[in-house]
Design a protein around this ligand. Structure first.
Ligand SMILES: Cc1cc2nc3c(=O)[nH]c(=O)nc-3n(C[C@H](O)[C@H](O)[C@H](O)COP(=O)(O)OP(=O)(O)OC[C@H]3O[C@@H](n4cnc5c(N)ncnc54)[C@H](O)[C@@H]3O)c2cc1C
Length: 367
């Protein structure tokens, strides 16, 4: 029987686990994949919130965790037919494999027990606390684990969320990432976001060491065709990209888009003693940034579990109160995202200005 079981070894899970252990709770972290694991992500700590929380919870990011150029100088926004927009902000850039591993190891040093290759199948709550069914991925074993509190930090397709809300309809976006070792004529010290005002999709270009990465975001099932038939021909025409170039690596993921359910309170990311954080809770920002809100919600879940232990009460109400400012700030950004999306397609410069307005608000936000 554990005080807390944290499900997922991303930034949300690592932050929650480390702070629970620091607060004196006996904490187990379960991760389905073998650690260290990578994650499809640009790996940029964009905003003030993400950067300051990383320092507060884990310390200064060591150079071994960042990847060349180490820090970016900002974000550039492109809409066809308009001058590009720029947001200046110093931001560490990493491979998520290295960033997340550094965070999980810090949690382990704090006293967290970490078990990888351990997939949580589901969670139930009863009079004697929470029970998790866990599948060992190396030996196929099935075990039951008991805990007073469960923190579901298991990302966009969260098994913990499915256990709490089996009927919840989750809209997903799909992202495909390609990694090349070819030159590309854009500055390596910026992350480059392209927004198509007519077709309403995004793609991102960033650089890590010698690699050029292309990340395309679209509707589930349509992203591959979008990448091949729209994005690559555009990059060929504008930047001389060779559409027949073979990537060193191709991978992908999905993002849960739960904004409307979250704002209307049709979906509430906690129940009893089970708390959802980060992407599992639908707390990724409408700009695509999610490391900062995973850290923040992870920290607040730990605070709620520690406070509930002292009082001997359920943790959900305290947690929902503590993340209220984060949800409000996401709602404000969402309104800016909607404003950018509904810019008339014949005025690309206004679209750039609105996307920049949203990204500026995002990196400077407090919650
Ligand atoms: C293409 C792309 C680019 C992005 N770029 C950025 C960026 O540059 N900066 C930024 O801030 N955000 C970015 N994001 C968003 C960011 O990746 C996520 O918001 C962030 O990773 C959320 O962290 P998390 O801890 O909630 O979940 P995750 O990082 O997804 O971690 C969840 C963990 O849970 C594990 N897990 C899943 N299911 C189970 C289970 N059943 N049992 C046990 N473990 C389980 C997973 O293996 C994983 O390790 C990007 C997203 C995408 C798709």
């Amino acid at each position: 029987m554990w005080d807390v079981v944290v499900v997922g070894g991303g930034p949300g899970g690592a932050a929650a686990a480390k702070l629970c252990a620091q607060g004196g709770l006996k904490t187990l972290l379960l991760e389905t994949r073998a650690l260290p694991r990578d994650k499809v992500c640009s790996g940029v700590l964009f905003g003030d919130t993400a950067q300051s929380l990383t320092r507060e919870i884990f310390g200064q990011i060591p150079e071994s965790v960042t990847v060349a150029p180490g820090h970016l100088l900002g974000q550039a926004v492109y809409v066809h037919g308009a001058e590009r927009g720029v947001i200046e902000q110093r931001m560490p850039i990493t491979w998520r494999r290295d960033l997340d591993h550094w965070m999980v190891r810090a949690a382990e040093r704090e006293g967290v027990t970490v078990r990888d290759s351990a997939r949580v199948l589901d969670v139930s709550q009863g009079g004697d606390g929470c029970r998790l069914r866990v599948r060992g991925r190396t030996d196929g074993s099935l075990r039951e684990v008991g805990a007073t509190y469960v923190i579901g930090a298991d990302g966009a397709t969260s098994a913990v969320r499915k256990s709490l809300f089996p009927g919840l309809k989750v809209p997903y976006n799909q992202e495909i990432r390609e990694c090349y070792d070819i030159a590309f004529p854009l500055e390596k010290t910026y992350i480059h976001t392209f927004y198509d005002a007519v077709l309403k999709y995004w793609f991102i270009i960033n650089f890590k060491g010698p690699y050029f990465l292309l990340e395309v975001s679209g509707k589930l099932g349509e992203t591959s065709a979008l990448k091949e038939n729209v994005v690559k021909p555009y990059l060929a025409q504008e930047y001389g990209f060779d559409p027949s170039a073979v990537p060193l690596k191709l991978d992908g993921t999905v993002e849960a888009k739960l904004y409307e359910q979250l704002f209307s309170r049709a979906f509430v990311p906690a129940q009893g003693n089970v708390l959802l954080v980060g992407d599992a809770a639908g707390l990724q920002l409408p700009t695509g940034e999610g490391i900062g809100s995973a850290l923040l919600s992870g920290a607040r879940a730990a605070e709620a579990a520690i406070a509930a232990t002292r009082r001997g009460s359920a943790a959900a109400d305290t947690y929902l109160h503590l993340i209220g400012d984060l949800v409000d700030s996401i709602e404000q950004l969402y309104a800016l995202a909607v404003k950018a999306r509904f810019t008339p397609a014949d005025d690309p410069q206004v679209t750039v200005e609105r996307v920049v307005e949203m990204m500026e608000a995002s990196v400077r936000r407090v919650a």
